[in-house]
Design a protein around this ligand. Sequence first.
Ligand SMILES: NC(=O)c1ccc[n+]([C@@H]2O[C@H](COP(=O)([O-])OP(=O)(O)OC[C@H]3O[C@@H](n4cnc5c(N)ncnc54)[C@H](O)[C@@H]3O)[C@@H](O)[C@H]2O)c1
Ligand SMILES: [Fe+2]
Length: 405
Amino acid sequence: MPFSLQVLFYKSLMLMTKCVMKFVPDAKPTVLSGEGASLKLAGTISQLGLKKILIVTDAMLVKLGVISPVEEALKAQGVDVIIYDGVEPDPSFTVVEAGLEMLKQHECDSVLAIGGGSSIDAAKVVALAASNNKSPRQLEGRFVAKLPALPLFAIPTTAGTGSEVTVAAVISDPQAGNKKLVLDPKLVPMAAALDPKIMVGLPPAITAATGMDALTHAVEAYLSEFATKETDAYALSATKMILDNLEAAYNDGGNLAAREAMVMASYYAGLAFTKAFVGYVHAIAHQFGAKYHTPHGFANALVLPHILEFSKDRVSGRLASLAVACGLGEASENEWALAQKFIDKVWAMNEAMGIPKTLDALQVHDIQAISEAAMHEGNYTYPVPKYMRLEECQDILRKLLPVTD
Ligand SMILES: NC(=O)c1ccc[n+]([C@@H]2O[C@H](COP(=O)([O-])OP(=O)(O)OC[C@H]3O[C@@H](n4cnc5c(N)ncnc54)[C@H](O)[C@@H]3O)[C@@H](O)[C@H]2O)c1
Ligand SMILES: [Fe+2]
């Protein structure tokens, strides 16, 4: 089929998705923010009359002592706590099933995610599977669940995914070698605590990668064909806050003002992309995550400037607006030059935070499969501003190959 006809087909598909999205209820968590918000959330949980909560987290956070203050605060409020710490980065269905099993075994009435996107996504699916009496795999796809999730709460410990506010959960399927999406407004937590204090121990490399994930959400949502005035407002604020604060948080993890700005920015970016969706950066990054376990934010950081360069001729005005909003230039300047300033800023941020230009794990012989999977995800799921040919995706992937002597 000629490329122009394919594009017409993808655009029609996106038009249908846009119509469906109009009927999706507007779900947002109640937000507690600022230093100590994670401890205040314990009070909210007990006021709701909940008696036994499953904390879904990873072993590293337990070891670092991030969980115990919240656990103690919950117990002090009369809420019993069961901890499932089996979450791994890019959680698989097996990881989610084990969490669900623990919830059933201990008859928990609610779920609290404490962690990055991996823990929050796993907790979301545990809470939805439990109330719907389904296996996690049965929930794959859009709007599959009939009943609301068990009462669900989230404390993000990275400022990146925005999963505490989105309608999505991303679960890895190692057998299929890809990531599956559970999409449902019932996945949005009842309440979330955005606590900068909980992020002071986040290592610089993870701060950088997760922060670039948040930036990618904001930018892809801003460039999306589904963008609205509301998503634009969130995306612009998030982009500016990230450009102003991410490097400060990377250089000094204890900088609470920068941490606070980043956790808010990540939340705003989540509000933007849960409605406007993401784009090809995520479509490619998900393949790196599924195939090589490349950390999600790191993968996005590598790909983002390339997709901006590719899309520039279609979205130079939007990129110029981002540049002006972030103080990278004046509105009176040439649009094309402003757009390039924004892209150059993304390159410069990557360089300043030690994010390389190539992906060591990437193999030449994988490029065909990765590009096909990325084009499939991108074209069928995201309202991208400029459609890409398979060969164009392969050209970008070749630029990411490790340099050999
Ligand atoms: N649901 C969504 O809307 C959405 C959006 C984007 C990404 N995702 C998914 O989220 C996952 C990635 O999440 P992530 O980038 O937040 O990373 P993550 O949750 O995988 O965590 C990465 C590492 O950081 C460590 N860590 C987290 N917080 C810490 C802290 N405060 N101090 C020290 N170490 C800490 C963890 O132990 C882990 O080893 C991927 O599976 C991705 O596909 C979901
Ligand atoms: Fe992301």
